[in-house]
Ligand binder design. Sequence first.
Ligand code: UP5
Ligand code: MG
Length: 300
Amino acid sequence: MAHALSRMLSRRMCQQWTPLQKTPGSTSRVLRQPAGRHAYATGPNPRPGQNPFKIWPFIAITLAGTGSYILMVRSRTDMAPPPPPPHEQIAAPKKDTPTFSPASVTVLFVLGGPGAGKGTQCANLVRDYHFTHLSAGDLLRAEQDREGSEFGSLIKEYIRDGKIVPMEVTVQLLENAMTATLEKTKGGRGKFLIDGFPRQMDQALKFEESVCPAKFVLFFDCPEQEMQRRLLDRGKTSGRSDDNAESIKKRFKTFVETSMPVVDYFDGQGRVVKVVATKSPEQVYKETREKLEARLGKNF
Ligand code: UP5
Ligand code: MG
């Protein structure tokens, strides 16, 4: 196209060009172009059959114009706001009332540091009291391994670094799991242990506002040294990407800085049942049952 354009331009220029003439009556000498030579041509005379016009200036102008246009379009694209990250795109619309009513659905949050024994004690409560156990960590690991998940690599990175996965993902996974469980029960009644969640204040507020208010938090209190011993021991066989010294250190930091304020928040509302988690699993369970019965009655 550039070639055709330059040919057309050079043809037009040929028609318009008039060789310099000596001005009649003028005394000054006018530089006369040799025959067949353009006024602005600087190179040697063209050979016969050779196009005497320089087409490069026109090509340069055309290219410069095209380049500026591309730059202008690009700068406008750069100015457009970037699309929100995928996890924000799945955020459920803000709701005025929670999906599940606490009148028909009982939710206990189960919190405690990494390795405090949350999963171990939840298994006992499921066996004896028919709770449905939903571990946020397990749901995230399942989503991470699900083929085709758009959050797989994001979850993998967050868990390895002991960071808290963006709450939109976790809240949605929990709500989906609760819905699926309740669909199977007649009358939609359910008792849930939500293990390892909420780990951050915004998660707590979001869940209670849009999914279901919790009855209280069951908190397993265990010192770091004991939790580290348990996790390193489990890490020999668990295959969990975060059961190693480096990840454990990061998990502890996140727990102290981000998750303990959640426990303190519920404690300030009189909504924490605290259990000492340093003894044997059986002893910890005994204390757990006693404290839950005291709070909920014998047949909770
Ligand atoms: N053990 C248990 N009780 C014992 C006892 N009394 N005496 C001696 N040993 C005991 O137990 C851990 C180990 O200790 C086991 O070997 C057990 O036999 C032994 P377990 O019951 O598994 O403890 P638990 O508190 O459940 O430890 P876990 O490692 O699961 O806790 P985390 O809270 O770190 O893990 P979770 O799976 O909840 O989360 C993992 C990651 O997911 C987080 O770090 C985070 O990156 C991500 N996440 C989010 O981003 N958002 C969420 O909402 C949740 C998780
Ligand atoms: Mg666990």
